[in-house]
Design a protein around this ligand. Structure first.
Ligand SMILES: [Zn+2]
Length: 183
């Protein structure tokens, strides 16, 4: 996948690589990021958003707690973004931080989650409806986010399913294949 606008108003802000997942931005009246990567790419993310004319994100949706998706959350939170995550992901981000990066716990900082959800629900941010879906398996709190923009549906799955349709990384502390197959 290449950096840029994938469908109207949905951007791939940073391609996966090194210690980072793909990071997407949704352009509404406010900017929403889906996942936020590691602190080392924070500046780059801001720069890339600016190059697409996107203001600093008001909200960050976190698909799951792994470092390559969530570690920079505290930086965004410090600078005014509100973090949205499933309550089990929130537990990892706020308390059980070893779940974020078991091999490198000393690099992990706590991130406060402003909006937590338990059941699937729809929220509206900046005029865009976002379906928050709990899709556990890859981790206990793994979530997917479904949006519809100008008649096109877009589903963000984190590491649940890879681009080739295969199941994502299975090494997580709380990976659960039975949960995943129910999704
Ligand atoms: Zn993961």
């Amino acid at each position: 996948m290449e950096k840029g606008e994938i469908i109207n108003r949905v951007y791939l802000i940073l391609e996966s690589g090194g210690n980072n997942c793909n990071i997407f931005a949704i352009e509404g009246k406010e900017t929403v990021l889906v996942d936020c990567g590691i602190p080392e790419v924070y500046e780059n993310l801001i720069k890339n958003m600016e190059s697409f004319g996107l203001p600093f994100p008001s909200f960050i949706l976190i698909t799951h707690c792994h470092f390559d998706h969530a570690l920079a959350g505290y930086l965004f939170e410090k600078n005014g973004s509100k973090i949205v995550a499933h309550e089990k992901t929130a537990e990892a981000l706020e308390k059980e931080i070893y779940k974020i990066w078991p091999e490198n716990v000393s690099a992990v900082k706590k991130t406060k989650v402003e909006i937590k959800f338990k059941e699937d629900k729809v929220i509206e941010i900046g005029g865009i409806k976002i379906n928050l879906l709990h899709t556990p398996g890859h981790t206990a709190g793994s979530s997917s986010f479904l949006i519809e923009i100008e008649g096109k549906k877009c589903l963000f799955t984190g590491d649940l399913i890879l681009e080739d349709g295969k199941i994502g990384w299975k090494g997580s502390i709380d990976f659960n294949i039975e949960e995943l197959e129910k999704v």
